[in-house]
Design a protein around this ligand. Sequence first.
Ligand code: AMP
Ligand code: MG
Length: 487
Amino acid sequence: MKALDELTFDNRFARLGDAFSPHVLPEPLDEPRLVVASKAAMALLDLDPAVAETSVFAELFGGHKLWAEAEPRAMVYSGHQFGGYTPQLGDGRGLLLGEVYNEAGKHWDLHLKGAGMTPYSRMGDGRAVLRSSIREFLASEALHALGIPTSRALCVIGSSTPVWREKQERGAMVLRLAHSHIRFGHFEYFYYTKKPEQQAELAEHVLNLHYPECREQPEPYLAMFREIVERNAEMIAKWQAYGFCHGVMNTDNMSILGITFDFGPFAFLDDFDAHFICNHSDHEGRYSFSNQVPIGQWNLSALAQALTPFISVDALKEALGLYLPLYQAHYLDLMRRRLGLTTAEDADQQLVERLLKLMQNSGVDYTLFLRHLGDEPAALAVARLRDDFVDLAGFDAWAEQYKARVARDGDYTQEQRRERMHAVNPLYILRNYLAQNAIAAAESGDYSEVRRLHDVLTRPFEEQAGMEQYAQRPPDWGKHLEISCSS
Ligand code: AMP
Ligand code: MG
């Protein structure tokens, strides 16, 4: 276990030079204090969890202090936002402090979000508010616990620094960890600004550091793009299977590693709703829940365009063609497991679709339905869950089909079925209203609720004594909270 001053840096991205990321120093927050830290994320850096409580920790991640070997930089990138190309974005309020490698030899980017103005701040103030920092922290750690690929979060540091949004709020910083912060938009930036040499340097960098196994392939860049397609298909299948809505799937928010990245107005579904739009500013529903699937492919096409200097158009198209079938295979596999099935039948897709339609029409809680489906033998479980549906005849027909399917599936005890189903069906998810309660308490200086909620969400599949209130449907006030991009 390491102390804070024992981290080992190796700033590989910084070595690409100023054209990729100019040097910028963090602007400290006033009166920095620890709001919450993730012990599991600290372990990724081999950090002793006790250091989170020290004042140096809040000073380091509140922008007051820096390691001598850190090299804080703002990355430049661009991207397609809501379908339109923005020629220059970049880290407007976050800094890559440096790359740390742990004892297992894994590199982690330390990215400090909310660290002040940079050359890419445009009209912004370079800050992040406490509310959005807590949301990013909780979401990163909750998605990870569900097995969904994501950036991680080490901590949130709060402060007394005033920050203006619709009203006055307080500034905060979240320390984000990822193996890389390179986005689709990095490639788009060098492609559209016609800087082929730098674009080639970037491509080499990503290939060497993040997809070294693709080097062995006859066409390494094509192999790398295929791998990116595959990872995105799998990530989005997991979002859809667990009811996660990202909200701002612009290409500058898409990671080259296929991890969930840049949390804004995200939400987990409460009631199942395929048309759900979690981003209050998304008037057209471009990033609605069900649109995430085709948008994933749209974003990969935007990346493919930027890779045309390295890969033939025909090969790119062929690789893009892998996305939908891979997505469907991953999604169906997960949904079968969520339904407790161990074998595959052709009609399973239809079984899933019919259930979702019934849930949609009756406003059934997506997470709790699937959790409770495993509580008891299939016949008993569906009989208990029936009351949640308005279309009883429709549900009964589905239930008959499901019971018959379970009977054909295999010979196992209810004990085995429950264990298997509960291992993939969470009892606790990050519902917007739960985050909201934790934020309200934190804004008045009480961080205990954020910490408790974080703790519950790190073991989402395990029933936790005394935590029943985290496994409930939202109260009326918490059903349709408006979350915008202003963070
Ligand atoms: P986001 O919606 O957080 O993905 O941000 C989109 C772009 O706006 C990125 O280039 C951000 O760095 C920038 N940005 C967002 N909020 C701010 C802010 N408060 N100050 C400066 N830049 C910001
Ligand atoms: Mg972003």
